[in-house]
Design a protein around this ligand. Structure first.
Ligand SMILES: Cc1cc2nc3c(=O)[nH]c(=O)nc-3n(C[C@H](O)[C@H](O)[C@H](O)COP(=O)(O)OP(=O)(O)OC[C@H]3O[C@@H](n4cnc5c(N)ncnc54)[C@H](O)[C@@H]3O)c2cc1C
Length: 408
């Protein structure tokens, strides 16, 4: 029988593994179980996405010791340009040059592969993490005195608190009977990498078309100095197969039409992949000796690049609650601690999920009248220092009560 650890983290993706590392940095031990082979999760082509990492999430990576490893591979986002189909009336979010320390950039763009490799390397070197992967969980138990999971190998892992980090289809959440609201946007995000003639100047572009947002996210220049961006193009589900089947030339012509020459000539630099988009949110994020983190608790539209950032705020809050409780001699699975985690995270995750959903619907309304009203509203935001600052703080992830691990 393996030793009893404090946490049993089911799912060792970006959020699950960050939970294990953040806990370990505070002296909390864990078992991490993932059904996938880590070599497969980090190989080229497994996940071609890039993530906008907010300033607060960056602080978390820095506070768990990943700054030196990650900093050279992240592209700073210095401004965000939001436009309605490239029509006049765009909003530019660009922090003031002489503002407070946390106001430098609006975050960083990282390839998911880079984040995963850095987390996995750190986890391998951390004795407080016992990593079981690939491993299949065949049964889970939660009771008054502890939790356990039995693996297909026959081994049973024991701990005090179970953390479900298995993403949107979390079987641990479903087994716990936690209810989920869910709807399908009938949208699909098409992902690819682009190289382009003109530099992006570290600007992230969010171009809203009624069929879905078209986002160009700045990436570091390539080895030959080629300028690069990550494209996330949302299309209606019914059109996705056709867009994916276009020849490279045909696809680039469609991309070019939507970029309207912003970056000059454009080329593809990676394969196209796609993700179906849906909204889901659980009614609760805790149960007896169980806490949900990341997409297991909330899955949102990638329109504002906030899904992972929300999950990383779950990590910071959960670890802080556990550290505070354990300092007082409480068990990590104590119901009072879980209630505090639940209270702390519910407002943030509800408001981000609701705002993301509202933006998705607002920009999806077709027609000139709707566009004119939207652009009027955008012009108002562009002129209002207070509103701009509010939105920039949201993008940086620094509004609300931030867990200590996410502070600079
Ligand atoms: C197109 C797109 C673009 C996005 N861009 C951004 C962005 O710019 N910024 C941002 O913040 N967010 C972004 N997101 C959201 C972000 O990718 C997710 O929120 C994030 O990946 C969730 O991480 P997770 O670890 O919770 O879940 P997952 O990434 O789904 O990881 C779950 C892990 O659990 C494992 N697992 C699953 N089931 C089991 C099981 N039964 N037993 C054991 N292990 C299991 C899996 O193998 C996996 O390793 C984007 C999402 C999409 C679709």
């Amino acid at each position: 029988m393996s030793e009893t650890r404090e946490l049993l983290i089911l799912g060792g993706g970006l959020v699950g593994m960050t939970t294990a590392l953040a806990a370990a940095r505070k002296g909390i031990s864990s078992h991490v179980v993932d059904m996938a082979d880590p070599a497969a999760l980090t190989q080229d082509g497994f996940d071609g996405r890039a993530s906008a990492i907010s300033t607060a999430s960056w602080n978390l990576f820095a506070n768990i010791g990943l700054a030196d490893r990650l900093a050279p591979q992240g592209c700073p986002i210095e401004a965000i340009a939001v436009t309605d189909a490239m029509l006049p009336g765009r909003i530019d979010f660009r922090p003031e040059p002489h503002a407070n320390s946390h106001e430098g950039s609006l975050g960083y763009m990282f390839a998911n592969q880079v984040l995963r490799i850095a987390l996995f390397e750190a986890a391998r070197a951390e004795p407080l993490i016992a990593w079981h992967a690939p491993a299949r969980v065949v049964s889970r138990q939660r009771g008054a005195h502890g939790v356990s999971a039995t693996l297909a190998s026959g081994e049973t892992l024991h701990a005090r608190l179970m953390v479900a980090a298995e993403g949107r289809r979390s079987p641990t959440r479903d087994e716990a009977g936690i209810k989920l609201s869910h709807w399908d946007y009938r949208h699909r995000a098409i992902i690819t990498g682009l190289t382009h003639e003109k530099p992006h100047d570290n600007v992230a572009w969010e171009i809203f078309y009624p069929a879905g947002p078209f986002a160009l996210l700045p990436m570091l220049d390539g080895p030959e100095g080629e300028h690069r961006s990550a494209l996330v193009w949302t299309v209606a589900e019914k059109d996705a197969a056709g867009v994916l089947a276009l020849s490279d030339r045909g696809f680039l012509a469609e991309v070019d039409k939507r970029m309207q020459g912003t970056f000059g000539q454009v080329h593809l630099n990676s394969a196209r992949t796609s993700y179906p988009l849906s909204y889901q949110r659980t009614a609760r994020i805790t149960a007896e000796r169980l806490a949900l983190v990341g997409d297991a608790a909330h899955g949102i539209h990638p329109i504002a690049g906030q899904g992972l950032n929300l999950g990383l705020r779950d990590v910071g809050a959960l670890v802080e609650v556990l550290v505070d409780g354990m300092r007082l001699g409480l068990d990590p699975g104590d119901a009072q601690l879980l209630a505090r985690y639940e209270r702390w995270r519910s407002l943030d995750s509800f408001s981000v999920a609701a705002a993301t959903d509202a933006i998705t619907h607002l920009f999806g309304i077709p027609g000139r009248a709707a566009s004119a009203i939207r652009r009027l509203g955008m012009a108002g935001v562009q002129r209002s220092g207070i509103l701009k600052r509010f939105f920039m703080d949201e993008a940086r992830g620094v509004s609300g009560r931030l867990p200590e691990l996410l502070q600079g």
